[in-house]
Design a protein around this ligand. Structure first.
Ligand SMILES: Nc1ncnc2c1ncn2[C@@H]1O[C@H](COP(=O)(O)OP(=O)(O)OP(=O)(O)O)[C@@H](O)[C@H]1O
Ligand SMILES: [Mg+2]
Length: 253
């Protein structure tokens, strides 16, 4: 086993030196010491809420954490985000949309995610490439093979260690999103579209059961977070404990 760079976190599994950022060892010469967690699911299911709680609880438990969101997370990627989510950009075609998402992702991985993982951080990202598979591939009709190749080009082997897909009925997620009062270009596409996205996420989870865990988003924020924390502890060996979880929840207003 390699050196555990996360001091004071005894249950955190140390990595062997051959576990690298890229499975083939081509993209990054450094041993990969951090962990990469992504949160996925349809619009309004609670990803951002849970990503925030998970990052906070990990931080309170003593882990070095970097919280990110997609599209965005780096200056150039945030600029691309504003183009993607601009309701005025109704003329945007599916291939342009796909390539913009991948451009934002490529920059995020290159500039932020890979260096953070190499430095031993726990990267918690609100959406990542499974959203492209579900939205552009399944719901948008580009197909799984096109999005697989585009995703691969953008991330260059940098894959999540754990992806949580939140499962919630589309009608309930829409209720939550509308209560929040936000309606961007994606949300404006309607419930039938969201149903297709949900089927896309279900297919992603079925295809990679080791990496992708489905968590019910039903119930209160605290109930969903208890499930989220349990999955993170079980799959990646994090030691969160009751106090960091309670503190993160207390701070959520
Ligand atoms: N378990 C929950 N029960 C009730 N409301 C919730 C729950 N989780 C989140 N919410 C609320 O629902 C709304 C949507 O949550 P959130 O923004 O976290 O979802 P999201 O998946 O990130 O949405 P989007 O895909 O649009 O970014 C917010 O107002 C949030 O406070
Ligand atoms: Mg969100």
């Amino acid at each position: 086993m390699g050196e555990n760079v996360l001091q004071g976190t005894s249950s955190f599994r140390a990595l062997s030196t051959d576990e690298r950022c890229c499975a083939e060892g081509r993209c990054c010469p450094l041993p990969r010491c951090g962990r990469f967690v992504t949160l996925e699911g349809i619009d309004g299911c609670g990803k951002t809420t849970q990503a925030h709680l998970l990052a906070k609880a990990l931080e309170y438990a003593g882990y070095p954490v970097l919280a990110l969101r997609e599209p965005g997370g780096a200056r150039i990627s945030e600029q691309i985000r504003s183009v993607l989510l601009d309701p005025e950009n109704r003329a945007m075609g599916p291939v342009c949309e796909l390539l913009l998402y991948e451009a934002a992702r490529a920059q995020l991985v290159h500039e932020v995610v890979k260096p953070a993982l190499a430095a031993g951080k726990i990267v918690v990202c609100d959406r990542f490439y499974d959203s492209t598979t579900a939205y552009q591939g399944f719901a948008g009709g580009l197909g799984a093979e096109v999005t697989r190749r585009a995703n691969e080009l953008a991330v260059a082997g940098c894959r999540p260690d754990l992806t949580i897909v939140y499962d919630l009925r589309v009608a309930e997620a829409a209720r939550r999103a509308s209560a929040r009062g936000a309606a961007d270009r994606m949300e404006a596409k309607g419930l039938a579209y969201q149903e297709k996205v949900a089927r896309g996420f279900a297919a992603v989870a079925a295809a990679e059961p080791e990496r992708v865990r489905t968590v019910s988003a039903l119930g209160s924020v605290a109930e969903v977070f208890a499930r989220t924390a349990a999955v993170a502890e079980r799959t990646l060996g994090f030691a969160l404990g009751g106090a960091p979880v309670a503190r993160a929840l207390e701070e959520l207003v």
